[in-house]
Design a protein around this ligand. Structure first.
Ligand SMILES: C[S@@+](CC[C@H](N)C(=O)[O-])C[C@H]1O[C@@H](n2cnc3c(N)ncnc32)[C@H](O)[C@@H]1O
Length: 260
């Protein structure tokens, strides 16, 4: 067990939370300041942006969130800058405890969009994928049923900390729920850990994502996801397109795929 895992195991939550916020401060602080000081195409005020930052931090304190503030603030800023020229809903694939869902529902409220939330709410599907270290050196494994959180708990967290009225839930495996989804998509946030799950999301969500919209992968710190996204054959055979621009691939957990 490395030092970070030892610290995590023994610290009370309040200290672990503070530790995490200090650890990620070099990335989170500039993202928060940038978010606060820049106007967005969707009408926001300094106060509403400050309030959103505060709520993001509060949600991370209350709900187990495997993402950073930097990651979600970058996504929020990008979505709020899509403007009315890009129609469609926001999609989240992979909700876990609903921390990111609560945050995205608040972003959806600010830009007057709906949020479509896809998850099994039973955790990971059975898989034979080989996992291991992320590009940051931490071990990750995703056996069947890991990350399982019920729809009831997710709804409870969003009701308390987000805007449940913005959310529509699609419970089940992506390969079964997404083929029936027909809504236009303005932005999609894919945070699903597995190669097969990422493939399913891209296969069904990419064609629905509107020109000027954006797809995010929040799993690009995993070598197996980097391999998938950099594979020309995947884009050509599974989606029938040339490999698109992949902003941040190989250096960051968050990759943005602008649709043009
Ligand atoms: C890393 S968690 C999501 C974290 C969440 N976005 C956050 O930041 O709080 C991954 C989620 O993807 C879901 N998932 C992965 N593969 C899936 C699949 N093929 N079908 C449905 N849900 C899937 C799991 O149930 C899990 O809740």
């Amino acid at each position: 067990m490395n030092l970070r895992s030892k610290i995590k195991r023994h610290l009370p939550w309040i200290f672990l939370y503070i530790y995490r916020k200090i650890y990620y401060l070099p990335q989170d602080f500039p993202a928060a300041v940038g978010f606060l000081l820049h106007r967005t195409k969707s009408p926001t005020t300094l106060t509403s942006r400050l309030s959103l930052i505060y709520k993001f931090y509060a949600i991370s304190y209350k709900v187990d969130c495997p993402h950073t503030e930097h990651e979600l603030l970058t996504i929020a800023r990008r979505i709020l800058n899509l403007g009315t020229g890009v129609s469609g809903v926001i999609v989240e694939a992979g909700a876990y405890h609903g921390g990111s869902t609560a945050k995205l529902s608040l972003v959806a409220r600010l830009c007057r969009r709906q949020l479509a939330v896809f998850d099994s709410f039973e955790g990971m599907p059975g898989n034979t994928e080989m996992h291991g270290k992320s590009i940051f050196g931490r071990e990750h494994h995703f056996p069947k049923g890991s990350h399982a959180v019920t729809l009831q708990e997710v709804k409870h967290n969003i009701t308390r900390y987000g805007d449940i009225n913005r959310c529509h839930f699609y419970k089940g495996w992506f390969s079964e729920t997404m083929p029936h989804f027909r809504d236009m998509v303005a932005a999609a946030c894919i945070n699903v850990d597995l190669v097969q799950s990422t493939k399913d999301c891209l296969r069904y969500l990419y064609p629905l994502t509107q020109k000027g919209g954006v797809i995010f992968s929040q799993d690009s710190h995993f070598p197996w996801i980097i391999d998938l996204l950099s594979d020309d054959a995947f884009w050509e055979h599974d989606l029938g397109i040339k490999k698109p621009t992949l902003e941040g691939l190989g250096s960051s957990k968050l990759v943005a795929i602008p649709i043009d």
